[in-house]
Design a protein around this ligand. Structure first.
Ligand code: PHE
Ligand code: ZN
Length: 863
């Protein structure tokens, strides 16, 4: 039973979207003065405040863990201020005033990594969403835009480089070995985009000439030893700048653009105006330490943060309920960019796989929320796959509905209309309507309704007429029992079973009702349905297509995504049947995989994606009650048979990629990817030489993709090579934190029965620490998505995760809260597991002194 009283007392305040009110006071100018020190930094702030609207309310400045040392109004020290819930409240009589405050903070003791903190000897800031209030008193809300001037001084030997937003204005030396610098950012911005960095850094410098001929100085700042690992990020930055000009007409607007890499960071990276701060894993790369996936992620995140300069900074969010306005749009933009750099089809497959792995479970669980939420306790909990990835799908659907030209006209209108403003999702949709000349009334439901729509499609054929019956339902989600039908753009095409040719052009069916029937005339032979091509709508599709039709599409569809999808569906159907009935006919999957694997017209990277079995988690998502053991058995058995029956094809694929020297090109990447998939199948087949092949690849690799790929195979096995590889990897990379993360992750993802013991042992390894978010995610985060290990029937996986969450919450609530969702899946598991998962959640909720971050996630997960 829940103890209503104590829970109510502990329950943090709920913030509601419909409670939005314009700010009482605006702050057109802000001058900050930092006397930097790792233990005692003094911050002076000088705010010009202007009363907004006709009211007599006092000025309220947000603060978190701040105590005012001094407060003055219009140059006179005052003492008649009060503190209310961390806010500094000052009664003011006039229309505008100058407010000065002074506080002291201790970056070195800031383990939350929000506000001003220390990381590896440097000082840096993270302010989104509400970190600025941990630096100085300020109206910490995104609709208060201010022009910033920042002066800082620091010990010159420890912090020779001093960076902030905007352009450098002046600098100089001071007595006592100190120095100072002043920066000015001419663009008004919300305080969440403020940033400052001080440290012993070196820059990879370059420049970019914009479309109007302005030269921008670029710098990527890292520790001197890491400089050789910054070329890939720099190349990606320049490509992004050119791409945003060509594709969206967006030009960069300052004379300098700086990026700093830091080792301790709660998220991926941050788009602070003119001074992006990155988790070092999204900057540093060389062939010996970064995988192809790392290279791609770096380019994608560099592009993402750069694109925010327009979609996020020039046009920002009115309030945090509008977060997807900048994140969904910017993810869509970075996905487009990455698709343009290599294979569009493979990029789309990867993005859909990510959506299904991280967003679909969210949408069907206790934490489901619309891309524009109605309420929150802690906004950090809403940096979710729904806001980001589903948000991107919604922008993608608008792009599909409008077509590329009108979409460009609509984004031009959006940027022109709202430049310099704090906008809403509604503003965005309105601009899409006005610029695209369409009515998006029903489409707006995507912003308010949570849950993944399900579409049933049934095709019938009679004479020369094909009839496509469509039926949509949107499942109930927490707080939303009833749903209305949504507008779903479904790309459809029919193929001839005999002719193996398309029977009609691709068309976009706009499904708007719960039920509809589409009639297609002139279909003379039995048609096979290709639907939701390119994943044109983010839905779960159910169709009555059998194994033969899916196999046909996997070989003949002209849309590469649809080919991939048909193969996945065939595999899922087979595995779900095998789980339900204890066995299934593997034949159609084996023949379809053989066909794809030996199709000379396909490129290696596509083949590698298409022949991969769906993950255990994804198979589980298809079932009412997830049975992890049965899923493992079914998947292992299909994998083994694929390995055995197609052994020579796997060997062929493996050998043909074997001789390549490292090169970072789409073709070379594809070859490496297929090689690692082939190695996995050879190992699954039980081939005697698989472990030796893997070890030889491990030891002889000239790049991290091959080395980690081999390690990933070896950790699952029992051969003596396993321990040898784990040890050799550690010895070689123990001084490289990012690679050591891979070492932890590879072991946490092991499919062995004893993975829990290994993970427990690793959690007391001297290199494991709760202080570094990357390390926590590398071990505990990775393990929590290892369906076998985490869902071990004894429940030790759940207890382990709860222990980590409770311990980490004391240091870093944001990162702790992100570990909660896997426990919230309890409704999907058998009663014995569900009981243990609930017990783990309850233990978290009951932990004394719990943060509101973790409280919100754990209490909602108990639901
Ligand atoms: N705004 C960042 C991005 O998506 C994410 C982020 C959020 C980073 C909060 C840090 C803190 O680009
Ligand atoms: Zn973003």
């Amino acid at each position: 039973m829940l103890d209503i009283q104590s829970t109510a007392a502990a329950a943090p305040q709920v913030i509601r979207r419909d409670a939005y009110r314009e700010p009482d006071w605006l702050v057109p100018e802000t001058a900050l003065d930092f006397r930097l020190d790792s233990l005692q930094t003094r911050v002076k702030a000088r705010l010009t405040v202007v009363r907004h609207g006709d009211h007599d309310r006092p000025l309220r400045l947000d603060g978190d863990s701040l105590t005012p040392v001094a407060v003055s109004v219009d140059g006179r020290a005052v003492t008649d201020w009060t503190m209310e819930d961390g806010q500094l409240v000052i009664a003011l009589s006039g229309v505008d005033h100058v407010i000065e405050t002074e506080v002291e903070i201790a970056p070195e003791l800031n383990t939350q990594l929000m506000g001003l903190y220390a990381s590896g000897g440097l000082l840096c800031t993270q302010c989104e969403a509400e970190g600025f209030r941990r630096i100085t008193f300020f109206p910490d809300r995104p609709d208060v835009l201010s022009r910033y001037t920042v002066r800082m001084d620091a010990d010159k030997a420890r912090y020779p480089v001093l960076l902030a937003n905007g352009d450098p204005i002046a600098s100089g030396d001071l007595p006592d070995g100190r120095h100072w610098a002043e920066w000015h950012d001419p663009f008004p911005k919300p305080c969440y985009l403020f940033a400052l960095v001080a440290g012993d850094l070196e820059a990879n410098r370059d420049s970019f000439v914009t479309m109007t001929g302005r030269k921008v100085d670029l710098g990527i700042w890292v520790r001197a030893a890491d400089l050789p690992k910054t070329d890939h990020a720099m190349a990606a930055l320049k490509l992004s700048m050119a791409w945003d000009e060509a594709m969206y007409g967006r030009e960069y607007d300052l004379d300098v653009f700086n990026i700093v890499a830091v080792a301790d960071f709660n998220f991926g990276a941050m788009e602070n105006k003119g001074l992006n701060v990155f988790n070092s894993r999204y900057i540093l790369a060389d062939p010996d330490t970064a995988t192809d996936m790392d290279y791609d992620a770096i380019a994608g995140v560099v592009a993402h943060e750069y694109f925010h300069n327009w979609s996020g900074n020039r046009v920002t969010c009115r309030d945090w309920f509008q977060l997807s306005l900048k994140e969904g749009f910017t993810v869509f933009r970075d996905q487009q960019f990455s698709g343009d750099q290599g294979s569009k089809a493979v990029k789309r497959i990867e993005d859909v796989r990510t959506l299904r792995a991280s967003q679909f479970p969210e949408d069907s669980g206790p934490l489901a929320h619309p891309i524009r939420p109605e309420s929150y306790m802690e906004i950090s909990n809403f940096y979710t796959a729904t806001i980001y990835n589903k948000g991107a799908e919604i922008v993608r659907m608008i792009h599909t509905i409008l077509g590329p030209e009108k979409f460009r006209a609509a984004t031009d209108l959006y940027f022109a209309r709202h430049d310099g403003e704090a906008a809403t999702c509604e503003d965005f949709v309105k601009a899409m309507e006005d610029g695209g000349g369409v009515d998006l009334s029903q489409f707006r439901l995507w912003y308010s309704q949570a849950g993944t729509p399900r579409v049933k499609a049934a095709l019938s054929h009679d004479g020369a007429t094909a009839r496509l019956k469509l039926e949509q339902t949107v499942p109930a989600t927490p707080g939303q029992p009833e749903k209305q039908p949504m507008l779903l753009p479904l790309k459809v095409r029919l193929f001839g079973a005999q002719s193996e040719a398309p029977l009609c052009d691709e068309r976009i069916v706009m499904l708007s009702a719960a039920n509809d029937e589409i009639v297609i005339e002139g279909i003379e032979e039995r048609p096979i349905l290709s639907i939701n091509r390119g994943f044109s709508a983010p839905v779960v599709l159910e169709s009555d297509r059998g194994a033969a039709d899916l196999a046909f599409l996997s070989a003949h569809d002209d849309d590469p995504f649809a080919r991939y999808e048909a193969m996945q569906q065939l595999m899922v159907d087979t595995l779900v049947r095998a789980v339900a009935e204890g066995m299934a006919d593997h034949g159609p999957v084996i023949e379809a995989v053989r066909g794809t694997l030996t199709d000379k017209a396909l490129d290696a990277s596509f083949i590698a994606e298409a022949v991969l079995l769906p993950s255990e988690a994804f198979i589980g998502d298809q079932m009412l009650v997830v049975d992890p053991d049965a899923i493992n058995r079914a998947r292992d058995s299909l994998r083994a048979e694929l390995g055995v029956k197609l052994e020579s094809a796997w060997r062929g694929a493996y050998d043909s990629a074997q001789a390549n020297r490292f090169e970072y090109s789409p073709a070379a990447k594809g070859a490496r990817r297929l090689k690692s998939v082939a190695l996995g199948y050879l190992a699954a087949s039980g081939a005697k030489d698989a472990a030796d092949l893997a070890y030889a690849q491990f030891a002889g690799a000239d790049n991290m993709t091959d080395r980690q790929g081999a390690l990933g195979v070896l950790v699952n096995g029992t051969s003596g090579n396993r321990a040898k590889a784990i040890e050799a990897f550690y010895d070689r990379y123990q001084d490289n934190a990012l690679v050591l993360d891979k070492w932890f992750t590879s072991q946490a993802l092991s499919t062995r029965a004893d993975v829990m013991d290994e993970v427990l042992a690793l959690s007391s390894h001297p290199d494991f620490t709760l202080a570094n978010p990357n390390r926590v995610r590398a071990l505990a985060g990775a393990f929590s998505v290892n369906q076998r290990g985490f869902h071990g029937a004894d429940g030790r996986g759940y207890a382990f995760l709860a222990d980590i969450i409770i311990a980490l919450d004391k240091l870093n609530p944001q990162t702790a809260a992100k570990l909660v969702p896997p426990l919230g899946r309890w409704r999907r598991f058998d009663e014995r597991r569900a009981e243990k998962m609930r017990a783990a959640l309850q233990r978290i909720v009951d932990a004394p002194g719990l943060s509101k971050d973790v409280f919100e996630q754990a209490s909602k997960s108990l639901g």
